[in-house]
Ligand binder design. Structure first.
Ligand code: NAD
Ligand code: ZN
Length: 248
């Protein structure tokens, strides 16, 4: 393992442009459960039933009750962990330009990362589904579910639900970064949710070195990853950053 971490660190040391792609796994140590993988919400219920736009359109009260209110509670308590801190540290060292995250929890920004592409939007704010008025999630009263705007419209988080399209600017910029980076650091994603899952593929085809951090192997591990660092995001990022500090 140490040898692999050293190889990954020297790829980072050589790189002129590094981009990170993160998924729900990087926030697990902050207390936010992922969908897939061990301990994931998928083990309790099928998120497609709740995290799909048609579920929200047909049964907004149920989606709020089962999914959104839980997320609100969990995210309120969560702070960044060593995975997020490690990526910020890489940025400070001039070794990471941008974080593309599939997460909606805002923890990269809380850790200090300055260029974060929120591929699936953010849970921190909500919009009225009728008049589009904006709300801060933490300030929403859940005494009545679903929560409503003064105009009567139901609120929804500003996230991309299954069945919805990724914002054009986020997708375009992420694809350009993927095709122009020397190293892509893929942390805590099962690499199965499209189109985010294609970003490492684009990067690899363009000649980029792929470093993957995950406790389990993923579809990427077999054909795309150059260095597979098996383990939790927090401890692996700590080791990777300190290996890089030794080289620089
Ligand atoms: P995912 O597809 O990215 O899968 C989670 C991955 O994290 C798995 O491969 C798992 O092995 C890995 N993992 C588990 N613990 C880890 C750890 N300690 N360190 C590193 N990796 C670890 O994500 P998903 O859960 O299938 O979610 C799909 C989408 O749902 C996300 O892309 C996001 O839009 C949304 N979601 C977001 C959050 C969040 O914002 N924190 C949480 C759940 C779901
Ligand atoms: Zn309204």
């Amino acid at each position: 393992m140490l040898e692999k971490i050293d190889q990954a660190a020297s790829a980072l040391a050589r790189a002129r442009k590094t981009v990170a792609l993160t998924g729900a796994g990087i926030s697990v140590e902050s207390g936010i459960p992922p969908f897939r993988g061990k301990g994931g919400l998928w083990e309790k219920y099928d998120p497609m039933k709740y995290a799909h736009i048609s579920a929200f359109e047909q049964r907004p009260d149920e989606v709020w009750k089962v999914l959104f209110s839980d997320l609100k509670t969990v995210m309120k308590k969560a702070g960044p962990n060593d995975g997020h801190h490690g990526l910020f540290r890489l940025e400070k060292m001039g070794k990471l330009q941008t974080v593309i995250t599939q997460n909606i929890d805002g923890l990269h920004q809380k850790a200090g990362s300055s260029d974060v592409i929120e591929f699936h939007g953010t849970f921190a704010t909500q919009s009225c589904t009728i008049c589009q008025r904006g709300f801060i999630t933490e300030q929403i009263d859940l005494a009545e579910i679903p929560p409503r705007c003064d105009c009567g419209g139901i609120l929804r988080p500003n996230v991309v639900l299954f069945g919805e399209t990724i914002g054009y600017d986020q997708l375009k910029r992420s694809q350009i970064l993927a095709s122009t980076c020397d190293v892509m650091l893929v942390v805590g994603t099962s690499a199965t949710v499209e189109p985010a899952a294609s970003l490492p593929v684009i990067a690899k085809r363009a000649g980029s070195y792929i470093i993957e951090i995950n406790p389990e192997k993923t579809p990427l591990s077999y054909h795309f990853s150059d260095a597979i660092l098996l383990g939790k995001a927090g401890s692996i990022m700590r080791k990777l950053v300190s290996a890089l500090e030794d080289i620089l």
